[in-house]
Design a protein around this ligand. Sequence first.
Ligand SMILES: [Mn+2]
Length: 318
Amino acid sequence: MKKDTNYSQALDLINKSHYILIVTHINPDADTISCALALSNYFYENRIKHKVFNKMSSLPRNLDFLSKFDKITDQLPKFYDLIIYVDCGDIDRPAVDLAKDVDIINIDHHSSNDNFGTVNIVDDKKASAAEVLYMFFKQNSLKISKQTAECLYTGIYDDSIQFSTPRTDANTFKIVNELVECGVEPSEIANKLRRRESLAKYRLLPRILDSLELHFEGEVATIYVLNRWLEESGADYRECEDAVNMILNIAVVNIAIFLRVSNGMTRVSLRSKKDDVSEIAKAFNGGGHTMAAGCSCDTIDVIEAKNMILEYISKGRN
Ligand SMILES: [Mn+2]
């Protein structure tokens, strides 16, 4: 556990800064964006100059209801004297060159995080970075507005996969309870986050699920999406990301793998019910959490990439 002084040290850095750059990770998820916007809303309310940066990367459209979402930029400001990293397992996750001689606040929950900040608020027992960030607000007795609370709630709700990951605990629900008391309406967030899907997604899903294969007596399931299918359906990859969670729901499956070609590589998403998939991701220069990780294979052939990953898993089983 981090000493409480980290929270006050982080606040000191914020208070003495002139312009803060909040950075999110590449291929952003709800956790990184929600944390950045929770801080952004607090900073707006308190007239603290700042920018939220994401290297575009298409932003998840279903987060557009969060206050200040439209202010996220892919342009670095000319001057900043403090950087706040949110939900970044390592210093390179934002995938951008940043000023070297600037103080860093590092807010995260990845076990791979090596405390790269000047001040580190890192707790890998938390189900989301949003929970870690909540502690920063709480420990410093900062006022959490409805807007900020909605951001924090969204990060927690999504990163805990609707309160289903093993790190979801009593403290998660204590935090969620307090956020609801700040004005969050859980059903409204759930509807906005999960019930605004496109028809295109449902035209694409059958093709993705048709690629399903089971390996190692069904313990490992693979699916993939071809860019041609994306073009033909008009769907965005992000819209069908949750297909990997769908196939993990199959009773016998323990590890679910989803492959797609992007930027001259095959991106691999790994999900697990019990085994540590971050170990597999690390073998392919990726990373992540025990139950959710990702990496890339140096090929634009998804079948070849699939075989590379399966071969690696096969070695570990012998
Ligand atoms: Mn996270």
